[in-house]
Ligand binder design. Structure first.
Ligand code: MG
Length: 403
């Protein structure tokens, strides 16, 4: 007997993103017989080229520094895991929140924020480079997978969630999707949740990675209340615990604390506001997915600590300097000679240069460089410039692999 397909919105809270109330896709498509629209979005993201590259892109640590550090891929999976847990509990749309989380970092350059800063500086004369906008560009335009349209043709709500921040200038160019940045509206709850799940994930996994790398010590971290309390509680319950298990127990305890707080305070805010549907959520003056004040502060203090002690650690900054050098010289080389890029990218640079001048050529070069993985960028740099700074890699990739 065939299972009956129930309504895709069955079981969702009224304020969740209901498929039946979706603002739809840029290009109209027939519905699928047994997959919902947000499930299809998630599936398209998982099957995209940009998603597969996340495994070789740095989160904070260059991924070949060790096999156990988070990469953008494992980070995205952790974000999705946290967000789905909360979504399930709040009656939100799990498929949608998963799609947003898996796509949220697709536009990141190689080498983490150092790469983005360098590319932004290179693109200054032509509107800059912003990884959030680039994630949207990847799913709207750059993925070349379907016969009927460019990009992945994702649903409005998935795209709304991917576009976390946006300047007023860019918002004006984005039409309906940019409106909320001009009118100070909120995105749907799934987008609000993905945003906070991202923060929860990186704050906590960066503690784990930072300790693993020896850039942070437990003693230093004990200056942060949320860490110290967990540390003491775990040691009291299990005095003989191994160092690895100790760190994991602390990190999972911190995640549990902030996630539980998020559930509790979001539930209370939703109960109070009782938005009738996603449009009422968008009109609400404040985000309704939120931490309580105490936990928000504890969480913020951890973030502040990481900023000071990890992201600005001399070893991380040293890597960042070198990475910025690599990205900048790749950009300059391809600007001078677009034909040094693979054929498709070179053709696009020439086409766009014809219609938009240098700005068009620069955008095509930025798209190409932003799409690179860390190791591909190093291999390309080696090929173009010869001497490559020691970010360490033995990897030599054939040109075709990145076409
Ligand atoms: Mg992220």
């Amino acid at each position: 007997m065939k299972a009956q397909r129930v309504s895709p919105d069955e079981g969702l809270a009224p304020w969740a993103a209901w498929e039946t109330l979706s603002r739809g896709r840029l290009h109209r498509e027939e519905s699928h017989p047994y997959r919902g629209e947000y499930q299809r979005d998630r599936d398209r993201i998982v099957h995209s080229t940009a998603f597969r590259r996340l495994v070789y892109k740095t989160q904070v640590f260059v991924n070949h520094e060790g096999d156990h550090y988070r990469t953008r891929l494992t980070h995205s999976l952790e974000v999705a895991q946290i967000a789905r847990t909360v979504a399930h509990r709040l009656g939100l749309n799990e498929h949608l929140v998963e799609a947003i989380c898996l796509a949220h970092d697709l536009g990141h350059t190689p080498f983490g924020h150092a790469g983005q800063d360098a590319l932004n500086a290179c693109m200054k004369p032509w509107g800059g480079f912003e990884h959030n906008l680039q994630s949207l560009r990847v799913v709207d335009e750059l993925e070349d997978k379907y016969a009927g349209f460019p990009g992945l043709n994702l649903s409005y709500e998935t795209r709304e969630g991917i576009l976390k921040h946006c300047s007023k200038r860019h918002a004006r160019e984005l039409g309906e999707l940019g409106e909320r940045f001009l009118k100070r509206r909120q995105p749907g709850l799934e987008a609000q949740l993905a945003n906070l799940a991202d923060e929860i994930a990186y704050n906590n996994h960066d503690v784990d990675d930072g300790l693993r790398a020896g850039l942070l010590t437990q003693e230093e971290l004990d200056s942060v209340e949320i860490f110290r309390e967990r540390h003491e509680a775990v040691l009291e319950a299990s005095p003989d615990i191994s160092r690895r298990a100790l760190i994991h127990e602390i990190v999972r305890g911190m995640i549990d604390e902030v996630v539980s707080d998020l559930v509790e305070h979001s539930e209370a805010a939703l109960e109070k506001a009782r938005p009738s549907d996603i449009e009422a959520v968008r009109r609400h003056p404040r985000p309704l997915i939120r931490f309580g004040r105490v936990t928000a502060n504890r969480h913020k203090n951890l973030k502040r600590f990481l900023y000071k002690s990890l992201y600005r650690h001399e070893r991380v900054l040293e890597m960042s300097d070198r990475a910025e050098g690599v990205v900048t010289s790749l950009f300059d080389s391809y600007m001078n000679d677009p034909h040094a890029m693979p054929r498709d990218h070179a053709a696009r640079a020439m086409d766009w240069a014809e219609t938009q001048g240098d700005a068009g050529r620069a955008r095509a070069v930025a798209d190409y460089v932003a799409g690179m993985t860390d190791r591909y960028a190093l291999a390309a740099h080696e090929r173009l410039v010869g001497a490559t700074p020691d970010i360490d890699t033995q990897v030599q990739l054939p040109r075709a692999q990145h076409d």
